[in-house]
Every structure is written in structure tokens, then in C-alpha cells.
Design a protein around this ligand. Structure first.
Ligand SMILES: CCCCCCc1ccc(Oc2ccc(Oc3cccc(O)n3)cc2)c(O)c1
Length: 257
């Protein structure tokens, strides 16, 4: 058993730019020897994802559009992946969205539309992807999704996204139960706040970074590299006994009251 991912192929969903958590995961998986395929949402991201993918030495990675709110698009995307590689050994789901007007103030102001949009993109999309990706995971594998502490307890301003992450974290357990018999594990990484494009949508983000530096057991914030390295562990055989789990990579902050 080792942390090597030589000979394995993973789909990384949700790279936007070099600060994305998904890019930190991609770099660590690549450095562990994995072959990567990237999907992105929205034509405007195509160039930056292709540029990042080609910055990884070795053979050209497949880069495909995938709108996770559209089941046909997911089927088309994974049909193309099947065509290209046949078998995949897992995927990293780093996709979430909520209207930023609802990521500030009282949670109760959430609209029905905003609630459903966030659940659709940030939670149901994992289930929708698993339904299709499982058929390419004929040798078993490991599915990883991203969550945040605000899904387990109230974090001011995280609001509708916290409810979506609670839904995602419950989905991880139900998906783990369904897919375990196929040798497929499903886990979440609960990352501490990292300054990404997405983080710009959350009000008062800077004050939480400062509080973590002052109070977290490790007295520092979380990096993409740390999250990426935990993804390598979850993708590798070293975590073969772990499924339905939520691993906090957050300098220990979640243990505090
Ligand atoms: C008050 C909580 C501070 C820590 C938040 C850490 C965090 C940062 C980013 C996270 O990911 C998203 C993804 C999409 C998202 O919705 C957005 C992002 C940008 C613009 C927009 O209109 N919506 C909000 C957060 C996330 O789930 C969690």
C-alpha cells in the first residue's frame, strides 16, 4: 500500500484559477503520479483551465465543459471521458454556488429560488455526478467533495450555503452507503477558509481568516497544498478503510466552541 497514484486517472471538477482549491487538489494528485481530466462550468473559464492543465508536465490533460445543473451535460461529459480513458479511479467535486446577496445578514432572508439554486449546484450535483461516474469506476475508486464548517454549525453570513453543505455532507454518507458495494468510497474534506475566487462571495471573509490565525490550535490558516495532500490520501489505498467520512483540514479550528 502506498500514496502513489501511478496508473490511476481522476476527474477534477471545479478549477477556476490557480487559487482554486480544485487546483491545489489537481497539483497534489498529479505529483502523486495520477493522470488528470478537468471539467469546468462556463466558457469564460475554458482558457484559464486549459492553461493551468497544460502547465502540468507530462501528457496533455483532457479539459471538458460540464454544467452540473444539466443531467444531459453530465452524461455527455462522462461519455467523452469514457471514450478517452475508459476507466477512472475517482473524482474531486469542488463545485458550489449561492447568490452572494444571500451570503450576508440573516439566513431567514433566503429566497426559495436562492435556496434551490444553492442546493442544486452545491449539493445535488454530487449525486448527479456519482450516478454517471460510477459506471466508469469499474476498478472501484474514491470520490471526494468539498465542504465547510458552516455546514455543521452556524457560521455568521454563511447562511444558505451552510444549509447546502449540510445537505452535501448527508449526501456523502448516503452515497458512501450505496457505492461501497462497488468498491467506491465517498468522503468530504472540510477545508478551513482559503482566499479563492469563491470566497469573495462571502461577506466578512477577512475577519474569519484573522480569527483562525489567533485561535485555531495550529495558529495559522489552511493552504490549497494541505487540502490537496489530504485528497491524495483519500484517493490512495492508504485510506481504503475510510468512507462516508468528513476530514477537517482546518488547523483544528472545528474543535473549538
Ligand atoms: C463566513 C464564512 C467564511 C468562511 C467561508 C469559507 C468558504 C469560502 C468559499 C466557499 O465556496 C463558495 C462557493 C460559492 C459561493 O457563492 C458565490 C461565490 C462568489 C460569487 C457568488 O455570487 N457566489 C460562495 C462560497 C465556501 O463554501 C466556504
Amino acid at each position: 500500500m502506498s500514496l502513489s497514484l501511478q496508473g490511476k486517472t481522476y476527474v477534477v471538477m471545479g478549477v477556476a484559477n490557480k487559487r482554486s482549491i480544485a487546483w491545489g487538489i489537481a497539483r497534489s494528485l498529479h505529483n502523486a503520479g495520477a493522470k488528470l481530466i478537468f471539467t469546468y462550468a462556463g466558457e469564460r473559464l475554458e482558457k484559464s483551465v486549459k492553461d493551468l492543465a497544460s502547465s502540468l508536465e507530462g501528457e496533455e490533460s483532457l479539459v471538458l465543459p460540464c454544467d452540473v445543473t444539466n443531467d444531459e451535460d453530465i452524461e455527455k461529459c462522462f461519455a467523452a471521458i469514457k471514450e478517452e480513458v475508459g476507466v477512472i479511479h475517482g473524482l474531486a467535486h469542488c463545485i458550489a454556488f449561492a447568490n452572494k446577496e444571500e451570503l450576508v445578514g440573516d439566513y431567514m432572508n433566503t429566497t426559495r429560488e436562492g435556496f434551490l439554486l444553492s442546493q442544486n449546484i452545491s449539493s445535488y450535483s454530487l449525486t448527479a455526478v456519482c450516478k454517471v461516474a460510477k459506471d466508469l469506476m469499474t476498478e472501484g475508486g474514491s470520490i471526494i467533495s468539498m465542504t465547510y464548517l458552516g455546514g455543521e454549525r452556524v457560521v455568521a453570513n454563511y447562511n444558505v450555503m451552510g444549509v447546502a453543505k449540510a445537505s452535501l455532507e448527508a449526501s456523502v454518507k448516503y452515497l458512501a452507503n450505496d457505492l461501497g458495494k462497488h468498491g467506491i468510497r465517498v468522503n468530504a474534506i472540510s477545508a478551513g477558509p482559503i482566499r479563492t475566487l469563491s470566497a469573495k462571495g462571502v461577506s466578512d471573509f477577512n475577519s474569519i481568516l484573522k480569527e483562525i490565525e489567533e485561535r485555531a490550535p495550529l495558529r495559522r490558516n489552511t493552504t490549497q497544498e494541505e487540502v490537496g495532500d489530504t485528497a491524495v490520501f483519500l484517493a490512495s489505498d492508504m485510506s481504503r478503510g475510510i468512507t462516508g467520512e468528513n476530514i477537517h483540514v482546518d488547523s483544528g479550528y472545528h474543535i473549538l466552541g
